[in-house]
Design a protein around this ligand. Structure first.
Ligand code: ADP
Length: 544
């Protein structure tokens, strides 16, 4: 027997309509490519979203059509999120940091019809347009005065929407209708597409609002440093209006000093991003000797947050929530908000140990770890195996990619994350490593994340990475690559001494190499793929 309740389809545009009525004074503030700051309220935003929807329809965008964006975090990009999904299209966010080859692959695989781009990216498009899908419309996200000259036929965003009416008769779409498309950044081969629906996106917004409630509430001012082109900025463009939080979009300047100034001026209360961004902000905070005004919390994820980074923020009064997730999960899977009993019973150091783990699952995401035969492993904090996930915000298949789908799903319909993890008896996820980043030494594993985490605490280390180097006897051995904090190059004995407090002797790196900077992936994480290529022929001391 079914219940007697109404069934209203979950719909993305309803989030913005809700914010218009329930949170009409909350703001969207943007650092614009034009060089100034733009601000408006959710109701003002909604009026422009209606106009944009008309303009999209006139460009021929129909239900299911993919509309690409190539843009920084800003209000026009935010408007596109809602207008495209609102008329039944699919907002396909392109990552501008991808290689030309990947961008060509992705736009053709997605069969994008229209591309909206920031002025910054016009030269990129000019170089690639003849390899992009034919008959694509290009719309530059600026006004007439700032339109660049180009050999391409470029349309102007503000011109397009200027004469349209604000009211749009939004279609009532089945909630399974596709709404957003995001490709993994290809650290693991060809990029693969995750196609989100209205339903999954709205459910994810609820999840984020509940699970990461420290930073998401009425009156909060939230800074997504995580880009709109990286898994929908972790769902913030939906979760913020839902909760009544204001959004502060930083544009393209994401260095520590620019972020500090923006946060200070706009009284940002909570900021979301990957660890590399917070290392930059942390060093700015140390050199200025204070926090940006009003700064209360950060959400860090995308790669493992070093314990020392968490400690530095917590010490200055900023609460850190360490989250884990992935593109295929919309992305939030776990979050690191602790319980009252932890705060009551644990010492400061124990609390930091707990915060360095990847947190507990959010409602709607189930976790299991399995051995190589697919048998479930106990959640005892010891046994480690591949992590599988299941839930309404997780892909059931990759977009038009049967092979990749087959490789990722198990027989019971769970999605294999490619991460190796354990889960403790309180439900905390402990990511050991990506399976391909683990160092397989003499039949045992060494976690690169563990070693990096410990080494990062050394004052003479600005950042570091551990990769596997092929070894004739042990298969693989760890090589530690360090970016020094200053001119001093830390001695191997010092690093070994630090590590030996936490790991076994056989897990110590065999050698250290010093570099000026670490290569980053398109999403701002340390690119181990590039490092492995760079050090492919590396000879460890006992191999020379
Ligand atoms: P890409 O594979 O292109 O980097 P994602 O952003 O989807 O794309 O990356 C997801 C992966 O990032 C996860 O599978 C995991 O390996 C890693 N990751 C994300 N958050 C964390 C975290 N808090 N700690 C450790 N690893 C993380």
């Amino acid at each position: 027997m079914f219940g007697n309740m109404m069934h209203r389809p979950l719909s993305i545009i309803e989030i913005l309509r809700f914010a218009v009525e329930a949170h009409p004074k909350a703001e969207v503030v943007s650092v614009r490519t034009e060089g100034d700051i733009h601000r408006y309220t959710y109701p003002e935003c909604y009026s422009r979203v209606g106009k944009l929807a008309h303009a999209l329809a006139k460009l021929g965008v129909k239900t299911g059509d993919r509309v690409a964006t190539l843009a920084w975090n800003g209000y026009r990009h935010f408007e596109l999120y809602y207008a495209i999904a609102g008329i039944g299209g699919v907002c396909h966010t392109l990552n501008p940091r991808l290689s030309a080859e990947q961008m060509i692959y992705i736009t053709n695989h997605a069969e994008d019809r229209v591309m909206f781009l920031d002025t910054t990216f016009v030269p990129v498009i000019e170089a690639l347009a003849d390899k992009f899908p034919k008959d694509m419309h290009y719309v530059v996200m600026t006004d007439r005065a700032h339109m660049p000259k180009s050999g391409l036929n470029l349309l102007c965003y503000e011109d397009l929407i200027q004469d349209e009416v604000e009211e749009y008769d939004w279609p009532e779409l089945p909630e399974e209708t596709a709404a957003g498309l995001c490709y993994t950044s290809g650290t693991t081969g060809n990029p693969k597409g995750a196609l989100y629906s209205h339903r999954s996106t709205v459910l994810h917004a609820f999840t984020a609002a509940i699970s990461i409630s420290d930073g998401l509430k009425e009156g909060a001012r939230v800074l997504p440093v995580v880009p709109l082109f990286h898994v929908n900025a972790w769902g913030l463009p939906y979760a913020a209006p839902l909760t009544g939080a204001s959004l502060i979009f930083p544009g393209g300047a994401l260095d520590g000093a620019s972020l500090f100034d923006l946060m200070d001026r706009e009284k940002v209360t909570s900021a979301w991003g990957v660890p590399t961004v917070w290392l930059g902000l942390q060093s700015e905070i140390s050199s200025r000797g204070r926090n940006p005004e009003g700064f209360a919390s950060i959400i860090v994820g995308g790669s493992a947050a070093p314990r020392s980074l968490i400690a530095a923020f917590e010490k200055s009064g900023v609460t850190v929530c360490h989250a884990w997730g992935m593109t295929e999960m919309s992305p939030v899977g776990t979050h690191g908000i602790l319980s009252a009993h932890h705060k009551d019973t644990l010492s400061k150091e124990e609390l930091l140990d707990l915060k360095a783990l990847q947190g507990r699952r959010v409602f709607g995401v189930e976790l299991k770890i399995v051995d190589e035969n697919g048998n479930r492993l106990p959640h005892d904090g010891e046994e480690a195996g591949e992590l599988f996930v299941r839930g309404n915000t997780i892909i059931s298949s990759y977009f038009n990619d049967t092979e990749a789908t087959k490789a990722a799903m198990d027989a019971d319909g769970w999605f294999g994350t490619g991460d190796v993890a354990s889960i403790n008896d309180e439900g905390f996820l402990i990511i050991q490593d990506r399976a391909k980043d683990l160092i397989k030494s003499g039949g045992e594993w060494i976690s690169s994340i563990d070693l990096e985490n410990i080494v990062m605490a050394h004052p003479e280390v600005a950042s570091c990475a551990v990769i596997a180097v092929a070894h004739p006897k042990w298969d693989e051995r760890p090589l530690l690559i360090i970016v020094p904090a200053d001119v001093v190059r830390v001695a191997k004995e010092d690093i070994d001494a630090l590590l030996l407090d936490h790991v076994a002797k056989w897990q110590l790196p065999d050698a250290i190499e010093f570099v000026d900077e670490l290569p980053l992936t398109a999403t701002g994480k340390v690119s181990k793929l590039t490092l492995r290529k760079q050090f492919a022929d590396y000879k460890l001391p006992d191999m020379k």
